[in-house]
Design a protein around this ligand. Sequence first.
Ligand code: BYC
Length: 472
Amino acid sequence: MTKVDYSQKIPNNVNLSDDRRLQRALEAWQPAFLNWWDELGPDGSTDYEIFLRTAIDVSAKGWAHFDMVKMPEYRWGIFLGDKEEGRKINFGAHKGEDAWQEVPGEYRAELRRLIVTQGDTEPASVEQQRQLGKTCPSLYDLRSLFQINVEEGRHLWAMVYLLHAYFGRDGREEADEMLMRHSGDEDKPRILEAFNVPTTDWLSFFMFTYFQDRDGKYQLSSMAESGFDPLSRTCNFMLTEEAHHMFVGESGLGRVVQRSAELIKQHDTLDIRQYGGIDLATMQKWMNFHFSICLDLFGQEKSTNAANYYNMGLKGRYHEMKIDDDHKLDNDFYLVPEIAGNSVVLSETGALSSINERLRNDYRDDCQRGVDRWNKTLSTAGIDFKLTLPHTAFHRNIGTFANTNTDLEGNIISQEEWDANIDKWIPTAEDRAFVESLMIPVTEPGKMAGWLSAPARGIHGKDPDFEYVQFH
Ligand code: BYC
């Protein structure tokens, strides 16, 4: 079951040819997808040959094949993780029952909504990153961008397969809608806010892949726990691809910090903009912005939707089975932030309605690990500067803090204080113009832009100076 059949028009490991109706429906969606890729995928890249990996099998080891590929010829397909015989629903009201192989009728709307929300983010990210290829800091980085783009395209295929295979006519309509909403479109925007923010420079791209793809990790992990088995198996395989996206973010930001540290030492000043480096204060502003918009992706602190998803057995918690409790949560509590006077306090709330907050906290702790690593680079270089994640109440647009101004430490402040300080906290137009001024494309094999250091090693055993992208 794990092998992917590449002889088919749509490569798959789900025996698509056994279901002619489904196969025809997906083959009818395929040209719409390719049109969308052509119009809103990486701009101007049609003829490039790129050292890309393609899935050939869904096992944890050795699933990838590397080759020089033109992106429009990439074989997007449908891959589900292996089926676990006898799998049960592990949480919520149906705990202990057999996992569903078909959509549970009473939860159809909720399940479809989760799948649509997930699916919508995938083409959104490709649209957001559409212009970045023109300003790549190296061929190595350009390859990473395109690898991520084709895989996000495949993740869209994964959700579209679920919609087509399990939801009939309205599933097909939702699949069509995926290609009609567009990132930043005034009339038909993408569903979640952070997916409507354009990614215009490579510092933002590395922030995106560090922070926003990590939301993907936590959401996909929670849906991999799902009692709806096809969703669980799909998410499990998507997670293996997601790991590389986060690697691109973490190592990319690590290389920026490394290079900035070198310039700071060399010129004995934190003010390295004049030497073509990204100063740490600028990096901090980018972090404040991206971390805060990604916190919104977890939804409200207290959410009936999330409680329902959990109770219904559709979406669990991160690593549900590693948590030592009854996995029903009817009588459990969780600490959720609330505003009390001028400060943020933690208040005991029912664990079911706090599911989003718990996931956000798991996410925040995971984000901190990379920050600690970059700070180690700085302290090892003897630089007295510490990057920090802002408080979770800072610059929020969803939930408890949506209409509240706080500083980076989470102290509630007045509108005047906010206005007086915001330029110090998140990127200004001038900061963006500065970072954009550094985005001069570097396309000679082995050469690297001056604002980040070279990667420690290349891709799949190749040297860092391998010609990862060939222009024709
Ligand atoms: N923007 O009860 P609440 C990825 C809405 S990233 C706009 O808290 P819920 C990727 C909400 O819809 C992972 N609206 O909502 C990364 C609701 O609307 P209604 C994507 C928002 O459902 C990089 C209302 O506010 N996957 O894969 O508990 C590159 C009440 O909110 C937002 C998923 O998100 C927002 N940020 O939580 C490529 C998983 N937040 O009902 C890919 C699927 C909330 O009043 N989605 N609202 O009309 C979910 O699990 C949930 O929909 C959410 C929201 C966690 C997003």
